[in-house]
Design a protein around this ligand. Sequence first.
Ligand code: NAD
Ligand code: UDX
Length: 476
Amino acid sequence: HKKIKKICCIGAGYVGGPTCSVIAMKNPNVQVTIVDLNAQRIESWNSDELPIYEPGLDEVVKESRGRNLFFSTGVDQAIIEADLIFVSVNTPTKYTGIGAGYAADLGYVEAATRQIAWLATSDKIVVEKSTVPCRTAQSMRVILEANAKPGVRFDILSNPEFLAEGTAISDLIKPDRVLIGSLDTEEGRAAAASLADIYASWVPRGQIITMNVWSSELSKLAANAFLAQRISSINALSAICEATGADIDEVSYACGLDSRIGPKFLKASVGFGGSCFQKDILNLVYLSESLHLPEVAQYWRQVVDMNEYQKRRFTNRIISSLFNTLTGKKIAIFGFAFKKDTGDTRESPAITLVKYFRAEKALVSIYDPKVEESQIWMDLCEPGIVDDLPALQKQVSIAASAYQAAEKADAVVICTEWEEFKDTRLDYEQIYDGMKKPAFIFDGRLVLNEKRLKKIGFKVETIGRPGESLRNPEFE
Ligand code: NAD
Ligand code: UDX
């Protein structure tokens, strides 16, 4: 099989950037060019202020950038020169047309595929890195073959990415597995072997698994669906805990010790966020419906419905604790990112909560250690509404610290599990002194020691633990 010398990655986003930077670091003899249409993003990748925050990413980029790693807007040139091309563009949920709200918008994948077909003058291995519906490789193949120059051969591989944000670099350096799907032909297997060699520079061969391309595509959707389903399951149980006096952390611990269940991804929360879970499940729902499998579709849809319910349920608990009205009350939001250690806010539960609080006429002050201010405004403005920003800014402000956000607030709501929000890190006595009384804390991430905070004087309400009305002092 062919030895890869030049790689092009189309899409310098959360996946393309870190993944191909690690590939470059581990394969100093392979030239890796990451391209994007977004010139500003490329400029940041070439500066000291990378466009995404990811622990360890700076060091990885610094090691290879300018040596065998390049970031460029020269999409065409990079495609022409490459032996292997990763397609790592965005595949958001469609918001209009057939499948709106469910199906993946494959417009960016198709545009990139057409560009490859149009430009290629030598054989290329084209790798689906984006998460796509099962059988997308088939569409890509038809487009490539219909537009290929005579004598140019394309092999298509599926190589889904399993990294999670916030831990992208360690996930890439020590992956549980690398998955490569190919057509079950001699050429398909040879292409898979060429890509496997790239990963084998640092991943043990036994963890690089190859399979048929459709299994590989579906495995990515399946893995995300399983993970999200665990969270919805534990969140569904958290509602039972709150109503009965059971403690969700104890239930997770007890269940997680069963080696068949395992302890990971059983942390109850205000709801899952991130660019993948909801999008990929809805994609699976749409796929199931297209295949005339409505029961299957309904089964997976419930995972997303439960997540929406969790956000609503937590908000309702906040409203009822605050004497059934939020009008004019100041709510401090601790954390706006969808999880800790990232500045990403896509589908962050905080966005939904702030919208609910606005509808209740609360005043909201937001603090997050990594999210850019401009991003928060963008997330909270309703698209298409003129003058939304001035109205929004009458109700919402952005604070420079947790202390500032909580100043004169009626309640603190923890939306992201940043380490710095723990009661061992923040001075909650100072926060308490600055707040209106009674001072409430709503812990949507189970990061606080309830007892310690109650001692300070806070009224504490935690997801998955019984509310004030159910608490029995004898047992506390
Ligand atoms: P992203 O939006 O951060 O990045 C995609 C980039 O592709 C953008 O910068 C965009 O400008 C660029 N682009 C689009 N069309 C282009 C074209 N024709 N030529 C050049 N550049 C183009 O998206 P992401 O989070 O990196 O996700 C990419 C894919 O990976 C998605 O399919 C996603 O589902 C999947 N994925 C994401 C994650 C994650 O944690 N974010 C994890 C696994 C898989
Ligand atoms: C996810 C998958 O984990 C990753 O494999 C895939 O490639 C992309 O999608 P990501 O969305 O970056 O990664 O982060 P993840 O750690 O999975 O968290 C997703 C959401 O679930 C976050 O909002 C997180 O806070 C929440 N979560 C996670 C919980 O509420 N409880 C848990 O136990 C774990």
